[in-house]
Write a protein that binds this ligand. Structure first.
Ligand code: HEM
Length: 367
């Protein structure tokens, strides 16, 4: 009988991480062609690490979306949701900074192996498409490339994964529904929306009065025209019919009720029960912003590597990527809400009973 030997620590490490498989997956095509291009290794390792991080982001999203999928969000789910979102932002920050490493490769070094990519392009990263889709980027809002769908050249199973995601609520929809369910906006005689509208008008009236006292002639006319634009802008959210038509025109995507709740959470974010929801909105904005920063940095890097040449995936390259920067933003409504805030001193006070309900009531144990 042969004696069983315990695996060496190295074996355990390699086995646990399946390193043989992982480290066997970098095979530069320029080597196969007998014309080794030094920087192709970096290019491959780089894309592979990105794909691993995309996998991690999707894994975090699985959990976040499962927790959001119930009829109501359990309060105890909020902490893990925030922790996962926080981790996603940390990964995205890393992915942006990581581009510094790829930019140690010059355009000349890139062109030495570019031909081996054939039509391979990050454009076909199905995991990236899945992240975009699950966050809430809609098919109808995507830029077409040569009038083809973005997933036209993906493998059938990847296409299916994206379509399956499209048929489920995206994180955008889940957050919209969650916001729309926010309690506290109405209690007895209290209606946040009425109070907020009155406060906005008071601010604008005060500004108009001050302008009348301090300005004259053309300057006064200009100030009044600006205030009138401000009133029209605010009426666009106060009036449900105007909000609906703005939604139909694609100006707003958020539902009317979710928009009110997001403003409520932002305005009263210091109230104990709103502190975590406010953090959640902030993290979602971080994700949207980091994705935009990544798109921008990637586009600049692409321009640096290949100027204005077409991409291997068939797009116009730099021009296409720069267009996605704005067009593929997902949560821009949350950013737009900042133009509907008023100074803190004009914030309508909450009814005392409501404010008490929104606090923590732990009074300590009485021995
Ligand atoms: C030298 C390095 C790189 C070059 C020259 C490059 C070039 C391009 C170009 C030209 C496109 C537009 C689609 C096309 O026509 O091909 C594109 C898209 C894309 N690339 Fe890169 N890329 C580089 C590195 C990377 C890396 C490291 C990643 C990380 C995974 C990546 C991910 C993507 C993604 C996800 C898209 C799709 C973007 C969208 O459609 O919004 N690229 N790339």
């Amino acid at each position: 009988m042969s004696k069983k030997t315990a695996p060496s620590p190295w074996d355990q490490y390699a086995t646990y991480l399946q390193l043989d498989k992982l480290l066997d997956a970098q095979a530069p095509w320029s080597n196969r062609a007998g014309q080794p291009a030094h920087d192709e290794m970096l290019f491959i390792v780089f894309h592979q690490t990105y794909e691993l991080w995309f996998k991690q982001i999707l894994f975090e999203m699985d959990d976040i979306q499962a927790r959001f999928s119930g009829r109501v969000l359990n309060d105890r789910d909020m902490q893990p949701i925030l922790a996962r979102l926080d981790r996603i932002t940390a990964v995205l920050r890393l992915l942006v900074r990581q581009l510094d490493v790829l930019e140690t490769m010059t355009a000349q070094e890139f062109i030495d192996f570019r031909e081996y990519l054939r039509s391979a392009s990050g454009f076909q990263s199905w995991q990236f498409r899945l992240i975009e889709t699950r966050l809430g980027l809609q098919r109808k809002d995507r830029l077409p490339v040569f009038h083809e769908a973005f997933d036209a050249h993906l493998r059938p199973e990847s296409k299916k994964a994206i379509m399956d995601a499209e048929n489920k609520p995206s994180l955008y929809m889940q957050i919209d529904d969650w916001l729309a369910r926010t309690p506290f906006l109405e209690r007895g005689d209290y209606k946040f929306w009425d109070d907020y509208r009155a406060a906005v008008h008071a601010v604008l009236d005060e500004k108009e009065k001050l302008a009348g006292q301090t300005l004259s002639g053309e300057a006064l006319e200009k100030e009044r025209a600006g205030l009138e634009r401000g009133r029209r802008k605010f009426n666009g959210i106060f009036d449900p019919a105007q909000h609906k038509s703005a939604q139909e025109d694609g100006v707003w995507r958020m539902s009317w009720r979710a928009l009110q709740s997001a403003l409520f959470i932002t305005v009263y974010r210091q109230e104990p029960v709103l502190q975590l929801p406010s953090r959640l909105l902030s993290l979602i904005m971080d994700i949207d912003e980091l994705l935009a920063i990544w798109r921008y940095r990637h586009a600049l890097m692409v321009q640096r590597m290949m100027g204005f040449s077409m991409g291997t995936g068939g797009s116009s390259g730099y021009g296409y990527l720069m267009e996605t920067l704005e067009k593929h933003r997902i949560f821009s409504d949350l950013f737009a809400l900042s133009s509907y805030l008023i100074p803190e001193r004009a914030r309508p006070p909450l009814p005392e009973s409501l404010s008490a309900e929104m606090g923590y009531h732990y009074a300590g144990s009485k021995s």
